[in-house]
Design a protein around this ligand. Structure first.
Ligand code: WT7
Length: 685
């Protein structure tokens, strides 16, 4: 699999690329020095700002000046923008840097190739420990250009969509950047999704091509990616080409749509003219779960997204030129997009692509990787930290972690115990931990400590403070803004920022209804938060019917849809419950049809199989409880909040039951729940 060992971009290739690329940006004017300029060079022109914490307030009150300076400093433009922002949140209109033209792949590659083509862009930490592959900026540009040409030759045009179904690997990154180079949008689907889920996303995105690998390798096991793509594409007639890379040597069957990607790339030119894109042209779609049965594709655009990813990467993690940045997420999620690919590459970093698992071949894998690759910033998920904590400190202490400077956490709240362990054991009490709160919709980190700010304390288990340009507000359920401290409410962001999603693909109305109508004029996150006495934010969890399993979002309605399609099921209700490793896990209450004769064990197996087949393994219920009836309101709505209390065995009782149609229902469910726990207990012994 590319890159070929020892392959280097030839001199003549770099020569021609030099001519093809737009000129580097003008250097920013020099200003009187103050410590602020050293902290953030792009803020050097703001004479009235004296400190990093003042800068945060300034970035909110003078957002246009702040973002204009950042955009001109950090991005290379083909032509300058004329309007910094043109937004009306109530109407869902969000535009940044209008009039500007740029190419994202040029920003992530060509300008760094000018500076130093030999600098390592990617370190691919393959599943097999100790077999890492380094890819320089020169090589990554060459791969991207060849692939861009191949896509163009196969008929992919500006505005088309390409689905990428690959594990983290250099060709996956090159595929994303090749799309960006030719103006196509990409749709990366996490390579753990089933054929049905993949097919649904390919159809909804109207992809004309799919890029995949013959197989994936994870934790020593092979994953049949190409077979899954075949099954998905069989119901996607609009897909003309399937590009297949070889991750392993095992041959796969090729159909008439299939293209041997690496073979054809070799025949392509190494120069690929970048498309000049408008700031607001779409860059990618990314599907995520909401509170309905249908996953939605958030659309991110070019300039604002890239700028926001780059700026947060630099200032949240304290990234400095020359650092090795290690985000161990999968490229199939927004974390991978923003902090493996776009943020780090826009900043010219060396970024790690981690293909394995935290426990393969043993629970020391992360820290052995940190030692071997000399990782400076490590960005991971609380679920993995909690898992590793259980294996004990020796697995960490065996390895040299002196390269580490910052530790990041993302995806779900990190409990104090895990935070302390991360800080004290992994980071030897030396490295600040940044608990970063954000979402697929926000494009980049919105609330997080900024250890680079010397005045700012960090408390365990708290996302702490807003990033530049972010204005968080808490609301009560009646839509009143809560202005005091030491208070909880619905977390909203009351001002647009460049990284936010622009729409839901093919459903702008759903975009407006989901995010801007609940609290008119504000972006509603779907999360609840607490603001402490000192004004720090702590995220308390989702307020809607979305469950967060190991940091992966899944809508209860999506799982219910699958359960309800099973012939034995009359109806179902799915909720999330606390789980000590996964953060949350799935619990399903199922009412069977009267005619069902199969045993409950058989139905349970069938239902779990069905969720795996139609969605993904991570969405499978940990427990299924069969019940006679579900608790409902008089108007027929399922009362999930009561079911949640039963499962969490809330000592505070079941809450207000006055709207329940028949309160006796719940007594049967409580008894059934006790029985289920007993059975499970016995099975474990
Ligand atoms: C949801 C977004 C952001 C990339 C990964 C997940 C939860 C995320 C935190 C955090 C508490 C968090 C929220 C959010 N979440 N980070 N630091 N503390 N909760 O992206 O799949 O779009 O999920 O993850 O509930 O709404 P996503």
């Amino acid at each position: 699999m590319w890159p070929l060992p020892g392959a280097r971009a030839s001199r003549c290739l770099l020569g021609s690329l030099r001519r093809a690329a737009p000129p580097p940006p003008p250097s920013p004017p020099r200003r009187a020095k103050c410590n602020l300029t050293a902290y953030m060079p792009e803020a050097g022109g703001f004479e009235e700002v004296r400190s990093p914490s003042q800068l945060q307030r300034f970035s909110v009150s003078s957002g246009e000046r702040f973002w204009a300076a950042a955009a001109r400093h950090r991005l290379s433009w083909i032509s300058d923008f004329h309007t910094v922002q043109d937004c009306d949140l109530a109407r869902g209109r969000i535009k940044w840097f209008d009039g500007g033209k740029l190419n994202v792949s040029v920003n992530c590659l060509d300008r760094h190739v000018h500076a130093n083509p030999e600098k390592v862009a990617l370190v691919w930490e393959k599943d097999e420990p100790g077999s890492e592959v380094k890819v320089t900026y020169g090589e990554l540009l060459e791969m991207t250009c060849r692939l861009g040409n191949l896509l163009r030759r196969r008929g992919v045009k500006k505005g088309d969509n390409v689905t990428i179904y690959m594990p983290p690997c250099p060709l996956a990154v090159a595929s994303m950047l090749a799309c960006a180079r030719i103006g196509a949008t990409h749709n990366v689907v996490f390579a753990g999704f089933s054929a049905e889920a993949l097919g649904e996303r390919i159809r909804d995105a109207q992809s004309c091509a799919v890029i995949t690998a013959n197989q994936g390798v994870r934790g020593g096991r092979l994953i049949e990616l190409k077979k899954t793509v075949d099954a998905a594409v069989s119901s996607c007639p609009q897909v003309r080409n399937v590009l297949v890379a070889m991750r392993t040597e095992n041959p796969v069957e090729f159909t008439h749509k299939d293209v041997d990607m690496e073979e054809e790339m070799r025949a392509e030119e190494v120069v690929c003219e970048p498309e000049a894109m408008d700031s607001e042209d779409p860059l990618f779609l990314l599907y995520t779960s909401g509170s309905t049965g249908k996953p939605k594709a958030l659309v991110h655009t070019q300039a604002g997204y890239l700028l926001y990813a780059a700026l947060t990467h630099r200032y949240v993690f304290g990234y400095h030129d020359g650092d090795v940045f290690g985000c161990v997420a999968d490229i199939g999620w927004i974390t991978g997009h923003s902090y493996i690919v776009y943020g780090p590459l826009a900043n010219g970093s060396t970024t790690v692509l981690f293909e394995s698992t935290p426990v393969y071949p043993d629970p020391g894998r992360y820290w052995e990787t940190v030692q071997r690759l000399k990782i400076n910033q490590f960005y991971g998920a609380p679920t993995a930290i909690r898992l590793l904590l259980k294996y004990g400190d020796e697995w960490v202490q065996k390895y040299d972690r002196s390269s580490l400077k910052t530790l990041g956490s993302v995806g779900e709240p990190i409990n104090t115990e895990a935070w302390e362990w991360y800080h004290n054991v992994v980071g030897d009490g030396r490295c600040p931990v940044v608990d970063t709160w954000w979402q697929t919709e926000t494009g980049g980190i919105c609330i997080s400590p900024r250890p680079s700010d010397p005045d700012a304390e960090i408390l365990p288990g708290m996302a702490m403070r807003p990033f530049f340009g972010i204005n968080p507000v808490l609301m009560d359920m009646a839509g009143n803004k809560l202005t005091s401290n030491n208070i909880s409410g619905a977390l909203c962001i009351s001002q647009p920022w460049p990284g936010m999603a622009r729409t839901i693909h093919n459903d702008h109305q759903r975009f407006i209804e989901t995010y801007f109508q609940p609290f008119p004029g504000h972006y509603f996150t779907g999360d609840g938060a607490y603001r402490s006495e000192k004004g720090y934010y702590q995220i308390t969890g989702r307020l809607d019917d979305v469950i967060n399993v190991s940091g992966h979002r899944i809508g209860t309605a999506e799982i219910e849809d699958v359960l309800n399609q099973c012939p034995a099921v009359a109806e179902s209700a799915v909720i999330g419950f606390s789980h000590d490793i996964k953060g949350q896990a799935v619990f399903a209450f199922v009412v069977l049809k009267e005619s069902v004769e199969a045993s409950q064990a058989d139905v349970t197996r069938e239902l779990s199989g069905s969720v795996t087949k139609k969605i993904a393994k991570y969405a499978c219920p940990d427990h299924i409880q069969f019940v006679q009836r579900l608790p409902k309101t008089r108007s027929g709505k399922i009362m999930r909040r009561v079911l949640r209390k039963v499962v969490e065995r809330d000592p505070g009782g079941l809450g207000d039951l006055s709207t329940m149609e028949d309160p006796t229902v719940i007594q049967d469910i409580i008894q059934g729940h006790r029985d289920l726990l007993e059975v499970n207990q016995r099975e474990r012994q």
